[in-house]
Ligand binder design. Sequence first.
Ligand SMILES: [Zn+2]
Length: 321
Amino acid sequence: MTANLKAPIYTNEIKAREHLEALRWPDGAYCPRCGGFDVKKLGGKAADLGQYNCRDCRKKFTVTVGTVFERSHIPLTTWLMGFQLMASSKKGMSAHQMHRMLGITYKSAWFMAHRIREAMKPAAGSLEPMGGAGKVVEADETYHGKTSEIRTKSVDGRVKYQNKGRGPANKRAIIALVERGGSARTFHVAHATFSKVEEIVSQNIDRESRLHTDESRLYSVSKVPTMVAEHESVKHSADEYVRGDVYSNSVEGYFSIFKRGMKGIYQHCSEKHLHRYLAEYDFRFSNRIALGVDDTDRANEALKGITGKRLTYRRTSEAML
Ligand SMILES: [Zn+2]
């Protein structure tokens, strides 16, 4: 279902808060400080602010305590719209467009977008190995954007990017794993080396899986084939793209969306933020409509990722929200 931006959760602060409460507390409200369930919703004016009282630690709390919304000056309705826009735009949405559509400053939109990406990132240690017996995981690598860019400002204040060198050694390497008919996981690495690829495969793919790649030596000459049940490859250089059920089209499809988005929407992303953009594309791909996840489900799934993930930006940045 496509979201209706006139829905109450996007126009009414109380409805927006109740929506968050339902997502964060499916089994009823609990105290985010001590974890106690013995809580009471306050009445009167405090009810409109979503305040609860914890009988265990005797402190008041709301659903936003411990989330990216806690110290934000942006209304929850605007935050929810931001989540909806980012979650439903297949190739992403620029901070410029969020700024225009949501009526917030560009800087606020930029920080909001990064916080949404953070919410989309899987919680540390929450990921299960990909694949499994009889399942196929595809792996591939790509090079996107220049590394070691120098950011300068010209006299009229325009930001310019200068590259120090040419060739693949100066490009940012990304390794992607896609479970066929399932989720995606990507990694920005300094260099795509045997040891790096071995590390990623051993930490993320179930050993019972079948692994499909192109003919890259990263997979065939390294120890990777010993880490999975079976490794097979297609030889793109010989125009072989599919051999039986052996192919790497799923992971190439992922890269195609990522590259079109990075080129058309985000244009310039500094290398230190690349992993955040990858988390955003991984999230949408892993929660795509072909897997039965619609725009609304996807936005809600991202909203569930808000807890316990504060970005460590400087306080001045926090104040902008
Ligand atoms: Zn408590």
